[in-house]
Design a protein around this ligand. Structure first.
Ligand code: 5GP
Length: 207
């Protein structure tokens, strides 16, 4: 049985990545990596499904015990991917989807693991739409949306670290694009990718 591949989806907050990860995980032979975090759960989140919610002490202990494949601090909280479950799934031949930020992605890239790695960076269609999405979350405080917009301007610069950058104009189209790129990579087929279109979109997003 061939070993599974690793698929990373990253995006600045509010680009619609969570739904894409859910859709991809419904494909046969695809599973999602469940991260550990020190963040408090949102009202709709379930421990062990969305994240394993742990306190700082437990997280620090896991770092010391070298349990993480990667970990990072994002918006004042720690997030990390444990090695054990991931390698178990990959060895079984399952493809593992990671919803992690650019810091974690760079850590995984630099480890040069034997498993194939495909990385996607998801962008919102416009700055206006991004602000709308951030303000609509369960964050009552507009200040948080403003803070995340500032974070966006920094995070978006990491698009260059990724294999593919995808603009999430429409969820279905975006999902199909990602899914098609994955199939092409698995079957070693060529695909088209317009990097100039991405560069222009980024210019517009940060101006
Ligand atoms: P949220 O708190 O909105 O669920 O996630 C905040 C950010 O943390 C997102 O960009 C998400 O991709 C990232 N994240 C979630 N889990 C992990 C992880 O295990 N490692 C890293 N490096 N980032 C993560």
């Amino acid at each position: 049985m061939s070993e599974g591949i690793m698929i990373v989806l990253s995006s600045p907050s509010g680009a619609g990545k969570t739904t894409l990860v859910k859709l991809l995980s419904e494909r046969k032979g695809f599973v999602t990596s469940i991260s550990h975090t020190t963040r408090t759960p949102r009202s709709n989140e379930v421990d062990g499904e969305d994240y394993y919610f742990v306190n700082n002490k437990k997280f620090e202990k896991m770092i010391k015990n070298n349990e993480f494949l990667e970990y990072a601090k994002v918006f004042k909280n720690f997030y990390g991917t444990t090695k054990l479950n991931i390698f178990k799934e990959l060895d079984k031949g399952n493809n593992v989807i990671f919803d992690i930020d650019w810091q974690g992605t760079n850590q995984i890239i630099s480890q040069k693991l034997k498993n194939k790695l495909i990385t996607f960076f998801i962008l919102p269609p416009s700055r206006k739409e991004l602000f709308k999405r951030l303000s609509n979350r369960d964050m009552k405080d507009k200040l948080i949306a403003d803070e995340r917009m500032k974070m966006f301007d920094k995070d978006v610069l990491h698009w260059k670290d990724y294999n593919y950058v995808i603009i999430n104009n429409d969820l279905e189209v975006c999902y199909k694009q990602i899914s098609d790129y994955i199939d092409c990579e698995i079957n070693q087929k060529d695909s088209t990718y317009d990097v100039n279109l991405i560069k222009n979109h980024i210019k517009k997003l940060i101006s």
